[in-house]
Design a protein around this ligand. Structure first.
Ligand SMILES: *[C@@H]1O[C@H](CO)[C@@H](O)[C@H](O)[C@H]1NC(C)=O
Ligand SMILES: *[C@@H]1O[C@H](CO)[C@@H](O)[C@H](O)[C@H]1NC(C)=O
Ligand SMILES: *[C@@H]1O[C@H](CO)[C@@H](O)[C@H](O)[C@H]1NC(C)=O
Ligand SMILES: *[C@@H]1O[C@H](CO)[C@@H](O)[C@H](O)[C@H]1NC(C)=O
Ligand SMILES: *[C@@H]1O[C@H](CO)[C@@H](O)[C@H](O)[C@H]1NC(C)=O
Ligand SMILES: *[C@@H]1O[C@H](CO)[C@@H](O)[C@H](O)[C@H]1NC(C)=O
Ligand SMILES: *[C@@H]1O[C@H](CO)[C@@H](O)[C@H](O)[C@H]1NC(C)=O
Ligand SMILES: *[C@@H]1O[C@H](CO)[C@@H](O)[C@H](O)[C@H]1NC(C)=O
Length: 323
């Protein structure tokens, strides 16, 4: 009974975020339904002007002093991982949103943390992050999906409201390292992939073993980009306040490889491994990406004041000589 409930919940949650209540048959790996076709097959939002992901051009990022640190609740609690599921186009971990919230960081209120999922390329041979920075694509990207507390934990309610602040997604880049099977949290997480090779497979064995903090190890969570965008899968609803952290999570290449060698896309006739499950970058259309104010360093201000003093002295000397 509990298993059924969790399975049903997992299917519902993943569907509402990933399928977005969509009847559209979209995909990543076939020409008739890959992301280049989404503006046609799900035109209501996928053809919008505030779509995600984007390429972040660091030279165009504007400073925003309101982008303070976040308060994360329950990220250090290993009883929050309810289940891990293969949803046919990605792997989703459903989280206990009664225990997990995110606030601060200029978000307009408290957000309940619902789930996280991943986007990847093809192991070491090709990158698969969704956002890029100055054109750089990382091997993988982790998305933590949070819904504004006014929706009582219902992602579909936030989508139905077409509320531009309905969801807050936290994006983390993942970079490969050559050491074996590190960090431990990622080794444990990826060990469950073998239990969920096919679309619809899910397991609750993941409970009480991993904290979300352990998966974000080593990342300075006070340094991030912020912009207004959308879900990166149909129906591409423009309801997301995006936070993309600057520092990548460092994960062993052998663990990154597990994703593209273990899980299969929603089967039609033949099984195809999930690879390159990312949407390509979308036009900014005038949107502005902001980030923390970079403090001016003392040496440069000292140099400035020193040079102004020298200029004043020089001018005074010239004046004196002229007189
Ligand atoms: C998507 O499909 C189109 C044809 O509809 C093809 O030209 C393109 O290369 C494909 N892109 C990807 C990333 O698969
Ligand atoms: C997408 O939007 C553009 C600009 O608004 C419009 O010209 C085009 O017809 C739309 N395409 C679809 C498939 O709705
Ligand atoms: C974050 O937590 C700190 C310490 O508990 C508290 O002082 C601060 O008001 C909180 N900020 C937000 C935005 O909740
Ligand atoms: C992914 O990489 C493997 C091994 O390098 C290769 O055999 C396979 O064809 C690649 N798949 C795609 C979709 O590029
Ligand atoms: C959330 O719960 C509150 C209190 O139970 C209720 O007033 C409100 O209508 C609910 N909102 C949604 C979107 O379900
Ligand atoms: C959704 O909201 C945007 C503004 O945020 C608006 O332009 C658009 O028409 C709305 N779409 C629907 C279907 O309500
Ligand atoms: C995984 O999904 C496949 C295909 O639907 C199914 O045959 C199999 O029984 C499932 N395995 C588990 C462990 O749920
Ligand atoms: C999970 O957390 C509990 C309580 O903090 C702790 O006793 C337990 O050892 C943790 N389990 C693992 C596998 O880390």
């Amino acid at each position: 009974m509990i298993f059924l409930l969790v399975t049903c919940l997992a299917a519902l949650l993943s569907h509402s975020v990933h399928g977005a209540g969509s009847s559209v048959d979209w995909c990543y790996h076939k020409p008739e339904c890959n992301f280049t076709t989404w503006p046609n097959i799900a035109s209501q939002f996928c053809n919008g002007s505030k779509q995600s992901p984007i390429n972040i051009v660091t030279a165009s990022v504007q400073e925003n002093s309101k982008l303070t640190s976040f308060n994360f609740t329950g990220f250090d609690d290993n009883s929050t991982f309810i289940s891990i599921a293969n949803i046919g186009d990605s792997v989703v971990v459903n989280l206990d949103d009664d225990k997990m919230t995110v606030q601060g960081g200029d978000l307009p209120g408290v957000y309940n943390t619902k789930q996280f999922h991943l986007h990847w390329g093809n192991g070491s041979s090709s990158s698969g992050s969704e956002h890029t920075v100055d054109g750089k694509q990382y091997p993988m990207e982790l998305h933590i999906v949070n819904v504004h507390s006014k929706y009582n934990g219902s992602v579909s309610a936030a989508l139905a409201a077409n509320d531009s602040t309905g969801l807050a997604v936290l994006g983390f880049f993942i970079e490969g390292t050559s050491e074996q099977s590190k960090p431990e949290g990622w080794d444990t997480l990826t060990s469950f992939l073998a239990s969920i090779p096919n679309s619809g497979n899910t397991t609750t064995d993941i409970m009480n073993q991993i904290t979300l903090d352990s998966l974000l190890e080593g990342v300075d969570r006070t340094k991030y980009y912020r912009y207004q965008g959308s879900l990166t899968t149909p129906n591409c609803n423009e309801v997301v306040i995006w936070t993309v952290f600057k520092e990548p999570i460092k994960v062993s290449q052998n663990l990154i490889n597990r994703f593209s060698t273990t899980t299969y896309f929603k089967a039609a006739s033949t099984s195809v491994l999930v690879t390159n499950n990312f949407r390509g970058v979308q036009p900014l259309n005038g949107r502005v990406v902001t980030s923390q104010v970079v403090k001016s360093t003392p040496p440069s201000s000292a140099t400035t004041s020193t040079s102004s003093i020298i200029t004043v002295l020089l001018l005074s000397t010239l004046c004196w000589l002229y007189i």
